[in-house]
Design a protein around this ligand. Structure first.
Ligand SMILES: O=C(CO)[C@@H](O)[C@H](O)COP(=O)(O)O
Length: 221
């Protein structure tokens, strides 16, 4: 699969001027924006909700990639659909009914993603693969930006890619999230990832065009 996307995570952006922050990465050539929704229960942090997604939807045409780090995501899926998300990803660990949650997202006409934490295996893949468009492999424990990629997650990406191909779903995007930077992006790409969430590696730099170009260059090396 040839698709590769850098998806800047606005968790590391300056929320005081979010429109300007997102515009800076869209101007740098990014057409996916990663939006981390945290509820203070599933993860020990609270961020934003559907109102922020709908505000960004009104201003930007790019793909809004919404990552729900919330318990019982089923209850909030309709609000994020209504807000204008393009991709909604739920965590396997956050619901008793991941299959149903993925079906809800798809039946609303959106792309559905399944996220798994670093400590979660790939056992459920054969049972959920028919309902997903994207597999988000957390490369850090979710909740905060600026962490270091956990090395064991790289072989999980490789294993997931192999299994997806064997299951006839080589088209499913593998997204990696956490600790993605110039030093780590190439190894997860080689393992089979194609969507690269980058928070601090983009927003901690004042020149966003340069930051995105550095990641793209590291990917191609
Ligand atoms: O979901 C999360 C954190 O839970 C991420 O999307 C972070 O925002 C990634 O930040 P960096 O590790 O790239 O700084």
């Amino acid at each position: 699969m040839n698709v590769t996307k850098i998806a800047p995570s606005i968790l590391s952006a300056d929320f005081g001027c979010l429109e300007k922050e997102v515009a800076s990465v869209v101007d740098a050539g990014c057409d996916w924006i990663h939006i981390d929704v945290m509820d203070g229960h599933f993860v020990p942090n609270i961020t934003m909700g559907p109102l922020v997604v709908s505000a960004l939807r009104r201003r930007f045409r790019c793909t809004l990639d919404v990552h729900l780090m919330i318990e019982k995501p089923e209850s909030m899926i309709p609000s994020f659909v209504e807000a204008g998300a393009d991709v909604i990803t739920i965590h396997q660990e956050a619901t008793h009914h991941p299959h149903r949650a993925l079906q809800m997202i798809r039946s609303s006409g959106l792309r559905a993603g399944l996220a798994i934490n670093p400590g979660t295996g790939l056992d459920s893949l054969p049972y959920l693969v028919g309902e997903m468009d994207l597999l988000l492999i957390m490369t850090v424990n979710p909740g905060f930006g600026g962490q270091t990629l956990i090395p064991a997650t790289v072989s999980k990406v490789a294993s997931a890619r192999r299994q997806l191909v064997e299951l006839g779903r080589g088209d499913v995007l593998i997204e990696v999230d956490g600790g993605i930077n110039e030093q780590t992006i190439r190894e997860v790409y080689e393992a089979g990832a194609n969507v690269f969430v980058a928070g601090s590696a983009v927003f901690d730099h004042s020149d966003r065009t340069d930051a995105v170009a550095r990641l793209t260059k590291a990917l191609a090396m």
